[in-house]
Design a protein around this ligand. Structure first.
Ligand code: ADP
Ligand code: ASP
Ligand code: MG
Length: 413
């Protein structure tokens, strides 16, 4: 008997019919002799709808009350799915995050899982029940309900799989697996047979919303075999694993992208040893999350520093900088909105110089201006105008031959 954790996302449980469909899939897995723990998200777009309700009340809802509100979404799904299973004669029980022993740090909106107390789940499983757990939620030491960040049900599922020593964790969603890039934007995107934990982690962090980054981190740290597959079709999905054997020689595995990027430039800063540290300490002390940083010196005494942030943190960032202008001694702040970040990801890059050059060449040929660049061993990211984002992804997908299977895709640069 195998112990399996399955997770179904919002679209996959978006209606009563879809919940019934999920129930029939669970029924099949139970009849095949498996022990099942199932994590579900809120139905359809209901988390967004709850956020919108809060915004109709106030622009500044307290984070605690937001968590209280958003966690209700998952609670609707767990109870309905449990009922659907019981109606089929399958013994099932729904558990909220705290009933399932999901302990998190005491912070609202984006809490990290600290520990899982399996006792209740083990007891229910021992009685032969299917355990249905609400994704994306937990409880802090002081008894407060917390959430794990948008998309966090994936993390609930992988963390449970690790903690319950499940033989695997299957993430069922509205696409057939992890693709070379988002198939909703690029028609030629190709489903990958497998992708390494590190590549998937980069893709997820760089905007590929198919998996929550912390879910991948957990899977890597605890060696959880992770699969992404369709909740609608019975097709083979994508394995996320340590060694990628099938497509080893791919230099670029995929392209991730995200919009809502804003570039802020602080100009006329004094050219001193501690300028960078003072600026970024000020920003971090005020919880401003900075991504790419560029510094350039324009005369002996002055430097300009540009950095990218998310669109939603612009107001706060400008306020922090204005407040600190005297202390930081800069002349001016400007910003550029409606930008996007496009990233090519692949572990083959480490040993293949020239990948970034090829990327810049493709973008230049298509008259796409690059405004910022950042690289790591396995990725190159560029910031471009949001209006150029999809074209950039399509052209890079084409030039790096990502639509083609394995060997042919081992492009030389
Ligand atoms: P769920 O509700 O099941 O968690 P999500 O919307 O969070 O589903 O994630 C699935 C979506 O991720 C897909 O519909 C797709 O648009 C998007 N996506 C982004 N990048 C990729 C990628 N590389 N491969 C597959 N899907 C991707
Ligand atoms: N319902 C939450 C969200 O929409 C969590 C999740 O779906 O993973 O972000
Ligand atoms: Mg998701």
């Amino acid at each position: 008997m195998a112990r399996i954790v399955q997770k179904y996302g919002g679209t996959s449980v978006g209606s009563v019919e879809r919940i019934q469909h999920v129930a029939s899939r669970i029924e099949r897995a139970v009849q095949a002799g498996n022990e099942l723990v199932v994590v579900v998200s809120a139905m359809g777009k209901s988390t967004d709808e709850l956020v919108s309700l809060a915004n109709q009340i106030t622009d500044t809802p307290s984070k605690r009350e937001m968590d209280m509100l958003l966690t209700t979404g998952e609670q609707v799904t767990i109870s309905l799915l449990s009922m659907a299973l019981q109606a089929r004669g399958i013994d099932a029980i729904s558990l909220t995050g705290w009933q399932a022993g999901m302990k998190t740090e005491a912070s609202h909106g984006n809490a990290r899982i600290e520990a899982i107390n399996n006792e209740r789940m083990e007891a229910e499983l021992a009685q032969g029940k299917v355990v249905i757990v609400a994704g994306f939620q937990g409880i802090s030491e002081d008894g407060e309900i917390t959430t794990l960040g948008r998309g966090g049900s994936d993390t609930t599922a992988v963390a449970l799989a690790a903690s319950l020593k499940a033989s695997r964790c299957d993430i069922y969603t509205d696409v057939e697996g992890v693709y070379t890039t988002d198939p909703r934007y690029v028609k030629k995107a190709r489903k990958l047979h497998s992708i390494s934990y590190d590549e998937m982690l980069e893709m997820a962090n760089l905007g590929a919303g198919v998996l929550h980054p912390r879910a991948v981190e957990f899977a890597k740290n605890y060696d959880v075999p992770l699969m992404v597959a369709s909740s609608m079709e019975d097709t083979v999905g994508t394995m996320i694993e340590e060694e990628v054997t099938m497509e080893q020689n791919l230099i670029i595995r995929g392209i991730a992208f995200e919009n809502d990027v804003t570039k802020v430039t602080v100009s006329g800063l004094p050219n001193r040893l501690n300028t960078l540290s003072k600026l970024f300490t000020t920003l971090s002390e005020n919880q401003v999350n900075v991504d790419i940083i560029i510094q350039n010196q324009y005369d002996d005494k002055h430097v300009n520093i540009s950095f990218s942030i998310t669109q939603s943190s612009l107001k706060e960032t400008l306020a922090v900088l204005q407040e600190a202008q005297e202390e930081l001694q800069f002349e001016d702040v400007t910003f550029e909105e409606e930008l996007a970040k496009v990233s090519i990801v692949g572990s083959g890059m480490v040993s293949n110089p020239g990948v970034a050059a090829k990327m810049f060449d493709v973008l230049a040929k298509n008259e796409i201006f690059v405004k910022m660049v950042s690289t790591s061993e396995i990725k190159v990211s560029v910031v471009v105008d949001e209006a150029d984002m999809v074209l950039a992804v399509e052209m890079l997908h084409e030039e790096f031959q990502l639509a083609e299977e394995t060997e042919e895709a081992a492009v030389t640069v």
